[in-house]
Ligand binder design. Structure first.
Ligand SMILES: *[C@@H]1O[C@H](CO)[C@@H](O)[C@H](O)[C@H]1NC(C)=O
Ligand SMILES: *[C@@H]1O[C@H](CO)[C@@H](O)[C@H](O)[C@H]1NC(C)=O
Ligand SMILES: *[C@@H]1O[C@H](CO)[C@@H](O)[C@H](O)[C@H]1NC(C)=O
Ligand SMILES: *[C@@H]1O[C@H](CO)[C@@H](O)[C@H](O)[C@H]1NC(C)=O
Length: 366
């Protein structure tokens, strides 16, 4: 008994004494999670969490509502078992969070088990990852594989997303649909950069937000770099302000750049959006497609100026479109729906159909 107490006491001493002596870095409570059952405890008590090679059970989320300043690292093969539900499969919330992936790790959504070619209208598929952070958070080097449907939903302020790979290329031949790469909602002062997206819907799509910079993204197989605005329930949720897309490549995609406003949606506005240094190749439909007639998932031909587009700049947008339905530039504005667009260095070749524009940006002859 005495020996036991002695051992216990020395264990306690080991636990307690160093903490007092250590500096801030050393006191970071570091925990490695190797099974799903350990997640909640780690989230509740650790400030440096490694999620290593776990399988997340069907219908469960990796729910990471983190304490301020937490660092979370994904490591190994993290797999999400199949269940028909909305997700998200990973939900990260917090302030001043550092999110990282180790080299070679993967978050595997097992998309092939869900893909039915119908995207959001087929069986229910979970959103893969949602990041809702504030206060200077970063999310570096995350590898998403085979999203069931929408890949990354970003709803953050002061976030930098850097060095991601979103690979849903398997969905090309296997019924992947609505697998948007980065979807941005309700975000401000947020950067998405140096990332690769291979998928079957928008590469990056901004629904609402402000002060966003999207740069150095390599997109393939996608529907392009997009704004899709007007489906929110308030003016704020239909507003995009001060967004720059720069230094991006869009390859083998349906569109290069796609700005659509939902003509059956609420009022809002798109202001001060810039696309600069964007390259296209192998675009099969529209190089640049800007339309104010979008409803129920498609073009209607009936425009509405509920979300006017003001100060839309394009600088050095160049490349090729190809195929029998390809067109370099398509612009369909509502009456009074488009104002003050200045374009320079827009040079898109290879269109089989002539451009169609009912509004002329300054600096570009349609
Ligand atoms: C804390 O300790 C670590 C490891 O000894 C050291 O690298 C670091 O500089 C120290 N930090 C501070 C703020 O003293
Ligand atoms: C948008 O983000 C702000 C914080 O930046 C938050 O207070 C608000 O609830 C969010 N709104 C929605 C609709 O998510
Ligand atoms: C526009 O957004 C960028 C971030 O992309 C920011 O640096 C800049 O200050 C913003 N401009 C204004 C006028 O708010
Ligand atoms: C676009 O293509 C041009 C010419 O091939 C090249 O100089 C430029 O670096 C490319 N831009 C990007 C963002 O890759």
């Amino acid at each position: 008994m005495g020996v036991f107490i002695l051992i216990l006491a020395s264990l306690l001493a080991l636990l307690v004494v160093p903490v007092i002596a250590l500096n801030e870095t050393q006191t970071r409570n570091s925990c490695t999670v190797t099974s799903y059952s350990q997640v909640d405890t780690a989230v509740g008590s650790c400030s440096d969490i490694v999620i290593s090679g776990i399988e997340v059970p069907a219908g469960k989320a990796l729910d990471l509502n983190l304490k301020d300043g937490t660092k979370i690292t994904f490591d190994g093969h993290v797999k999400f078992a199949y269940a028909e539900w909305d997700g998200p499969l990973v939900h990260i919330k917090g302030h001043g969070i550092t999110i990282e992936g180790t080299e070679g790790h993967v978050l595997d959504g097992q998309g092939a088990l869900y893909w039915d070619g119908k995207g959001s209208s087929g069986k229910t598929k979970p959103v893969f990852i949602r990041i809702e952070t504030t206060g200077g958070s970063v999310a570096n080097n995350i590898n998403l594989l085979n999203c069931p449907i929408w890949c990354a939903s970003i709803k953050s302020s002061d976030l930098i997303v850097d060095g991601w790979t979103i690979d849903v290329a398997d969905g090309d031949k296997n019924g992947g649909h609505n697998t948007d790469g980065f979807g941005v909602q309700n975000s401000t002062n947020t950067v998405i950069k140096n990332s690769v997206v291979k998928n079957q819907d928008d590469c990056v799509v901004v629904n609402y937000g402000s002060n966003l910079h999207i740069s150095n993204i390599d997109c393939s197989g996608s529907h392009g770099l997009s704004l899709s605005v007007g489906q929110g329930s308030t003016y704020y949720m239909n507003t995009v302000h001060n967004v720059t897309f720069s230094d991006c490549n869009v390859k083998s995609s349906l569109n290069g750049i796609h700005v659509k406003t939902h003509s059956d949606g609420g009022e809002g506005e798109i202001t001060d959006v810039t696309f600069q240094n964007i390259n296209f190749s192998g675009i099969t439909r529209y190089g640049i497609n800007i339309q104010e007639d979008y409803a129920n998932g498609g073009s209607t031909g009936t425009t509405n100026n509920n979300v006017p587009i003001k100060n839309l700049k394009m600088t050095n947008v160049e490349g090729t479109v190809k195929g029998s339905s390809s067109m370099a530039v398509y612009i369909l504005c509502a009456d009074g729906g488009c104002e003050d667009w200045s374009w320079s260095g827009v040079d898109i070749t290879g269109g089989h159909k002539s451009n169609s524009c009912n509004f002329n940006p300054s600096g570009y002859t349609c």
